[in-house]
Write a protein that binds this ligand. Structure first.
Ligand SMILES: Cc1cc2nc3c(=O)[nH]c(=O)nc-3n(C[C@H](O)[C@H](O)[C@H](O)COP(=O)(O)OP(=O)(O)OC[C@H]3O[C@@H](n4cnc5c(N)ncnc54)[C@H](O)[C@@H]3O)c2cc1C
Length: 320
């Protein structure tokens, strides 16, 4: 009857969303008076999960599972849920989990609520708060099925350290055939991706042209941040489409989002308003982005950003 949490990893290392999902699973388990079981696929150093309240880990280790496959992964989690008799399964809202959760819901005949942002407010019926309309509204959703799947929104619950005595077990599920095999994945290397970034530095049309992106990259480098951009910037070919954030681009739920020369159109804000702290640098004090910002600098990006980068470099050097 334990709460099952799928703890995602990449190249053996747990993603932050996995530890957040484990923290969240612990909170639900405490409410239900039960334990937390984590399922891992090709993860290393699983002992870290015990810091986040996991009581038991089912470890799947299989070289054929190196590349994510939604159908196969969903089936493995389904088998783990069956083995543990889990009535609640927690996944993150990462792209992979959003892909596998509906398949898992079909397999377990379960209700699935995605983008959940808080602990359940009620256990019977099981009721969760979820963000809707690209984070512009919240809804309370009750899941009435026997098995419930909760997709936790990134950065909504946070990491909560709660050391537990954890047991670990090798789990050897039956592997189904998915009809597709992924032979290789060529990922951009050496860059922080928007999805994984704690900090995102984003540029808009106010930067005038691609030749000026050096100031964005310098700031991103000193902060260890990912770079992003507004839609027109990628439409104009100044930056790759993979950097376009907003309603029609990638969603950003970073701890810090720095918007440089971006006006703050509603479609842009729709994709970034799950970010915790928003800093805006814009020459126009009337730019709509200032209304959504936590901190704002009214000023010319070409003056402000290099100065900010210099100050941060000095700060890092003093605190190295
Ligand atoms: C259906 C639809 C979907 C869309 N989806 C998206 C989306 O996903 N993402 C997205 O971003 N947009 C999206 N858009 C476009 C959106 O409406 C805006 O047009 C766009 O976000 C504006 O981009 P921008 O802020 O870079 O440019 P602009 O609106 O041109 O703003 C540039 C800003 O830079 C400031 N500026 C100028 N010079 C400087 C300087 N030297 N220093 C500092 N600031 C300066 C200006 O004051 C201005 O505020 C969508 C539009 C539609 C209709």
């Amino acid at each position: 009857m334990s709460v099952l949490v799928y703890t995602e990893s990449e190249k053996g290392k747990f993603k932050k969303v996995a530890l957040e999902a484990a923290s969240y699973a612990k909170a639900i388990a405490s409410k239900l008076g039960t334990t937390v079981t984590a399922i891992t696929i090709n993860a290393e150093n699983t002992s870290v999960l015990s810091n986040y309240g996991v009581d038991k880990v089912l470890e799947v280790s299989q070289s054929t599972l190196e590349n994510f496959n939604a159908k196969i992964y969903a089936d493995i989690i389904k088998q783990a849920a069956g083995k543990e008799g889990s009535q609640v399964v927690v996944v993150s809202s990462s792209a992979d989990s959003k892909y596998l959760a509906p398949l898992l819901a079909v397999g377990l005949n379960a209700g699935y609520a995605s983008n959940v942002v808080a602990e359940p407010s009620n256990l019977s019926p099981f009721t969760v708060k979820r963000s809707a309309f690209t984070n512009k509204a919240f809804e309370m959703a009750a899941i009435h099925t026997a098995v419930k799947i909760v997709g936790l929104s990134k950065n909504s619950f946070g990491l909560k350290e709660q050391p537990a005595t954890m047991s670990s077990e090798t789990f050897s599920p039956t592997l189904i055939s998915s009809g597709i095999t992924v032979d290789s994945i060529d990922k951009v290397t050496g860059k922080v991706t928007i999805a994984d970034a704690e900090i995102v530095v984003s540029g808009g049309r106010g930067l005038k042209g691609p030749e000026n992106w050096g100031i964005v990259e310098d700031l991103a480098n000193v902060l260890g941040a990912a770079t992003a951009c507004s839609k027109p910037v990628s439409d104009l070919g100044w930056r790759p489409h993979s950097e376009h954030v907003g309603q029609t681009g990638k969603p950003v739920a970073s701890n810090l989002y720095i918007a440089i020369g971006i006006s703050g159109a509603i479609q842009h804000l729709a994709g970034i308003n799950a970010s915790k702290v928003k800093v805006v640098i814009n020459t126009d004090p009337e730019a709509p982005f200032f209304k959504a910002a936590d901190y704002g600098v009214v000023g010319d990006a070409f003056e402000v950003v290099p100065k900010l980068t210099e100050k941060l470099k000095e700060f890092k050097a003093q605190n190295a």
